[in-house]
Design a protein around this ligand. Structure first.
Ligand SMILES: CC(C)(COP(=O)(O)OP(=O)(O)OC[C@H]1O[C@@H](n2cnc3c(N)ncnc32)[C@H](O)[C@@H]1OP(=O)(O)O)[C@@H](O)C(=O)NCCC(=O)NCCS
Length: 352
C-alpha cells in the first residue's frame, strides 16, 4: 500500500468551482407594479401626427402605452405598486424605515414626490426621498437603498420607480410622442428576501447631457410664458444618437458586471434591459449573443415608462412563472444624463 503525501492530487479532480457569487447581504423581498387603465394606441397617435402603426411597431416594438387619469399624479400610481411589493414581502407600510422614489415626473418639484407617496402609503416610520436619474432612476435608487441596508443604516427599504411621462410629452412631435407611457414598479429590499443582490454599479457620462432633456422649468431656464409657448417643458431627444449610445453603454455595463463576477453570459438566465425600444433590447441581446427568449423585451403594451420600466418588467417576469430557483438575472438601465446602471441578482427561491 502506497503512502499518500498530504499534498498529493486526488485521482478524480472536483468539478470546476462555480463562478464566485458575491452575496452582499441585500435581497429583494417583494416586487409590484401598476399601470393606469387608459391607453393611447398607435392608431390614436396616427390621428394626431403624421405616423402609422406599421412605422411605430417596426421602429420601436410599441403598440400602445398607458396614460394616467387626469386626477392621478405620479404618487397615485406609485402607491399601488408599493402596496403590491409590500404584500409580497409580508410587510406593512409601518415596517418601512426608508422610502425612495425614483422619478423624473414628481407630483410637485417641492415637496419631493416621495413625500406624497409617503403620505398615501402611511409609511409613518420611514424617511422619504427622491432620486432623479431619469430612465436609470430605479437602479440608482436600488443601489442607494442596497448600500444603506448593507451598512445596516436601514432595515426595510421601499424603492419605487414611477412616472407620468404623458404629462411632459409633446403630442405634436411624432419623434417623441410614440415612445413614452405612464406606470409604476416597486421593490422592497432588506437583509432577507428571495432575489439576492450579487452586483451593483451606477455611472454617468455627462458629455451626453443634451441628448435627452426637458430644457425649461429648472433654475437654468425658469418657467415663463415664453418657455410654455416654446414647448420647452416637454421631453426632447436626439433619437438616433440616444439609440446608439444606449446599445453601446448597456452592453459595456453588462460586460463589466460579468467580468467583475467572473461569470459568462451563459451563467445568466435572464437579461432585463431598460424597456425603451424593442430594437435596443434586441441589439443588446445580440451583442451578448443571447437568444431572444432569455431577454425581456416587453414594452409593446407600455412604451418607455422610464424609471418604472425595470420593476414593471421584473414583476412581469416573476408573475409569468418563468423565474426558476438559481436563476441569475441581470438588470441594466440607460437614461438621460447620460446615466447607466447594472445589477445582478440570484433567485434563491426562498421567500422571506
Ligand atoms: C426615436 C426612434 C424610434 C426613431 O427611430 P429611427 O429609426 O432612429 O428614426 P430616425 O430618427 O432616424 O428617423 C427616420 C425617419 O423617420 C421619421 N420619423 C420619426 N418619427 C416618426 C414617426 N413617429 N412616424 C413616422 N416617421 C417618423 C423621421 O422624420 C425621419 O424621416 P427623414 O428620414 O425623412 O428625415 C429611435 O431613434 C429611438 O428609439 N431612439 C431611442 C429613444 C429612446 O429610447 N429614448 C429614451 C432612452 S432612455
Amino acid at each position: 500500500m502506497t503512502q499518500r503525501s498530504g499534498c498529493e492530487e486526488p485521482a478524480v479532480l472536483p468539478p470546476p468551482s462555480p463562478p464566485p457569487a458575491r452575496f452582499l447581504g441585500v435581497s429583494i423581498a417583494g416586487v409590484g407594479s401598476y399601470l393606469p387603465t387608459s391607453t393611447i394606441t398607435n392608431a390614436d397617435l396616427g390621428q394626431r401626427v403624421d405616423t402609422s402603426d406599421e412605422w411605430i411597431v417596426t421602429r420601436t416594438g410599441i403598440r400602445e402605452r398607458r396614460i394616467a387619469a387626469p386626477d392621478q399624479a405620479t404618487s397615485d400610481l406609485a402607491v399601488h405598486a408599493a402596496r403590491e411589493a409590500l404584500a409580497q414581502a409580508r410587510l406593512s407600510p409601518a415596517d418601512l424605515d426608508l422610502v425612495i422614489l425614483a422619478t423624473a415626473t414628481p407630483d410637485t418639484p417641492v415637496p419631493p414626490g416621495s413625500a406624497w407617496l409617503h403620505r398615501h402609503l402611511g409609511a409613518v416610520n420611514a424617511a422619504a426621498m427622491d432620486i432623479s436619474a431619469a430612465c436609470s432612476g430605479f437602479l440608482f435608487a436600488m443601489h442607494t437603498g442596497a448600500g444603506l441596508v448593507r451598512a445596516e443604516m436601514h432595515r426595510n427599504v421601499l424603492v419605487v420607480g414611477a412616472e407620468t411621462l404623458t404629462r411632459i410629452t409633446d403630442y405634436t412631435d411624432r419623434a417623441t410622442c410614440i415612445l413614452f407611457g405612464d406606470g409604476a414598479g416597486a421593490a422592497v429590499i432588506g437583509q432577507k428576501g428571495y432575489l439576492e443582490l450579487l452586483y451593483s454599479h451606477i455611472g454617468t457620462d455627462s458629455s451626453g447631457r443634451d441628448l435627452i432633456t426637458v430644457p425649461a422649468g429648472g433654475s437654468r431656464e425658469p418657467a415663463s410664458a415664453a418657455t410654455v409657448e416654446g414647448k420647452r417643458h416637454f421631453l426632447q431627444l436626439q433619437g438616433r444618437e440616444v439609440f446608439r449610445r444606449a446599445v453601446e453603454t448597456m452592453t459595456r455595463a453588462g460586460q463589466a458586471a460579468l467580468d467583475s463576477l467572473g461569470m459568462k453570459v451563459s451563467d445568466l438566465a435572464w437579461l432585463v434591459p431598460h424597456q425603451a425600444n424593442l430594437r435596443i433590447t434586441q441589439a443588446v441581446a445580440s451583442q451578448f449573443d443571447l437568444p431572444p427568449e432569455r431577454v425581456v423585451g416587453d414594452m409593446s403594451g407600455t412604451g418607455n415608462t422610464s424609471a418604472a420600466s425595470l420593476p414593471i418588467a421584473l414583476n412581469r417576469l416573476q408573475g409569468s412563472g418563468r423565474l426558476k430557483p438559481g436563476d441569475r438575472i441581470m438588470l441594466v438601465a440607460f437614461g438621460a444624463g447620460l446615466t447607466w446602471a447594472c445589477q445582478v441578482y440570484e433567485n434563491t427561491g426562498v421567500p422571506r
